[in-house]
Design a protein around this ligand. Structure first.
Ligand code: PLP
Length: 380
């Protein structure tokens, strides 16, 4: 068995308890017994989203939910405002295009966060904006956006508020009803610490009104079908779901309940702080503005003279710690440490101990104990 430690922004390390839960008999997905686990899982999802509305499970990765969110509310030439400050903002824009929407880009510098005022200005400038897509935690840059403040603005406009919480739900504060989010979605393999392959989505009444008015050009992701099947007796999904992965996500959600969401978020905040402090103690520079840095993933500038393949290759091959690289123009310029899901002091101590040895071996002048010491200081 590969014992590599995943310090990634997904997939994250899956607890043995969750792995055991998926090693169960596959049941008929059109049976009362499946209906029960489906209902319990979607109820736990709604609780995690902090919404009174129903949640739906989609077999597919987070991108399936991104596409469901956009495709179901976008008719040809509908104007959508896509906030773009990284890869995932771009992906929501590309999906909008793919479904015939008219894209309005709100581009912000990668490493910074969009402000509520910028969104207000964009909405005032174009009254035809039908929906706004925001990435809560831009995984590619390690930036967290103030989705609560944006929600206060969105409340004054008819445009739907679509928020990608794929790399934040279960690791940062998300309150769908309070923040007035109309469509919110997540994936299984990030902060939930379940295996990859499942996504979940929830919609407000306002969002459903729009869904009902749009003749969507998606088939597998047609949310009207998910709503109908979810309300059936027994409740079910329109097509065969990954029954096995639903066992996994259910168990992962139970674990979140047992830990307590608030405690879990504080654990993520502590891990994020320890990571930032340890990186700085090793003489590394953070990529994003520190005030908007993510609680679930930290992006760090690649030190001069060190290549991505040397740094991450050494970490992987010699220390069995998997870090993430940069994407697109950030490739080779940053690396990312995911600290989402089950990460605690233990994994960070190993990560920064290995990172210091790696940097030293690559000729970087570094105090071998400095990173771990900063981690310790944060946790003391
Ligand atoms: C990971 C991620 C997604 C979805 O990616 P998949 O690889 O399809 O699961 C979407 N948005 C954000 C912010 C993500 O981090």
């Amino acid at each position: 068995m590969d014992e590599t430690l995943l310090m990634l922004p997904g997939p994250t390390n899956v607890a043995p308890r969750v792995l055991n839960a998926i090693a169960k008999n596959v049941v008929n997905h059109r049976s009362a017994i499946f209906g029960e686990i489906y209902t319990e899982t979607t109820e736990l999802m709604s609780k995690l989203f902090k919404t009174e509305n129903n949640s739906y499970l989609i077999t597919g990765s987070g991108t399936a939910a991104m596409e469901a969110a956009i495709a179901n509310v976008t008719a040809k030439d509908d104007e959508i405002l896509n906030v773009i400050g990284g890869k995932f903002g771009e992906r929501l824009r590309d999906i909008t295009k793919a479904h015939g929407g008219k894209v309005n880009e709100l581009n912000i510098e990668w490493g910074t966060a969009v402000t509520a005022q910028q969104i207000k200005d964009a909405l005032d400038e174009n009254e035809n904006i039908k929906a706004v897509s925001v990435v809560h935690n831009e995984t590619s840059t390690g930036v967290a956006t103030d989705i609560k403040a944006i929600g206060k603005v969105m409340d004054n406009y008819d445009a739907l508020y679509i928020v990608d919480t794929v790399s934040s739900l279960g690791g940062d504060y998300v309150d769908v009803d309070k923040y007035k989010i109309d469509i919110c979605f997540t994936g299984s393999q990030k902060c939930l610490a379940a295996p990859p392959g499942m996504a979940a989505i929830t919609l407000s009444d306002d969002a459903w009104k729009v869904v009902d008015s749009v003749d969507s050009n998606t088939y597998y992701l047609d949310l009207k079908k998910y709503r109908k099947s979810g309300a059936g007796t027994p409740p079910e999904t329109p097509y065969t779901p990954s029954v096995t992965l639903i066992y996994g996500i259910y168990e992962a959600l139970k674990m979140i309940e047992e830990e307590g969401l608030d405690k879990r978020i504080v654990r993520h905040e502590t891990a994020a702080k320890a990571t930032r402090e340890a990186a700085k103690a090793l003489g590394l520079e953070l990529f994003p503005q520190e005030e908007v840095s993510s609680t679930t993933v930290t992006a760090i500038k690649m030190p001069k003279g060190v290549s991505d393949s040397d740094l991450r290759g050494t970490m992987r091959n010699d220390y069995k710690v998997e870090l993430a690289g940069g994407q697109d123009h950030l490739k080779g310029n940053i690396f990312r440490i995911g600290h989402m899901g089950n990460i605690t002091y233990k994994q960070l101590a190993i990560t920064f101990s290995s990172l210091a040895m790696t940097l030293k071996r690559l000729g970087f002048d570094v105090d071998l104990g400095a990173g771990v010491c900063a981690v310790n200081d944060t946790y003391m």
